[in-house]
Design a protein around this ligand. Structure first.
Ligand code: ZN
Length: 200
């Protein structure tokens, strides 16, 4: 079991359960080669089953079997839009664009005998999925990892990647593809402008 949506882009996976948020973001269709994995209920079911198995493995927790109805499919797509909005807002004005985050999300806190507390997703159906996504977000925020989950600055790509650069300055999911495309575009634009002002 693996993070299939993220694997399509060859991106570095976010650590532990944060990769679930990343994988949801990477279900979005990008450019020509990667179709939307939430296009139909069947596609979405396949993605979700794989993603929950992968999450269960890294979180060392059981994941429920979620069978998506078409209404559930809309909920999962809304969750994706919400998390895109939250990431694009960079945590400053969360929820300004796209779907608004839910007012409240159920979780269960489970302390062990040594006093270490685990946050366990709660709820049924897509509410459980929302709970898992927000719980992973909280854990990542507490660990300082959240600002490293980014969407590629190439608007035609928007792949979600985990930035491991030392000063968290990465903006492309892959410098050699999206970075070069942008550099080439900027170079052509500069040349065009120079040609326009310098020409006869
Ligand atoms: Zn990219």
């Amino acid at each position: 079991m693996s993070w299939k949506a993220s694997a399509r882009h060859g991106v570095r996976e976010a650590p532990a359960g944060l990769a679930l948020v990343q994988d949801l973001l990477n279900t979005r269709a990008t450019m020509a080669y990667a179709p939307d994995l939430l296009a139909t209920p069947d596609d979405a079911q396949r993605w979700l089953t794989d993603a929950l198995a992968a999450w269960s493995r890294v979180a060392a927790l059981p994941a429920p079997v979620l069978l998506l109805s078409s209404a559930d499919l809309r909920s999962v797509r809304r969750l994706r839009t919400t998390f895109e909005g939250v990431i694009l807002a960079g945590g400053r004005t969360a929820g300004q664009d796209g779907a608004l985050p839910p007012a409240d999300v159920p979780v269960t806190l489970v302390p062990d005998a040594a006093g270490w507390v685990r946050i366990i997703p709660a709820g049924r159906g897509t509410r459980w999925l929302a709970s898992a996504l927000w719980a992973e977000t909280l854990v990542a925020q507490q660990a300082g990892l959240w600002p490293r989950l980014k969407l590629c600055h190439n608007v035609e790509c928007r792949a979600a990647f985990f930035d491991t650069s030392r000063n968290n300055s990465g903006v492309w999911h892959d410098v050699s593809t999206c970075g070069n495309t942008a550099n080439l575009r900027a170079f052509r634009e500069r040349r065009r402008l120079l040609g326009g002002t310098g020409g006869v």
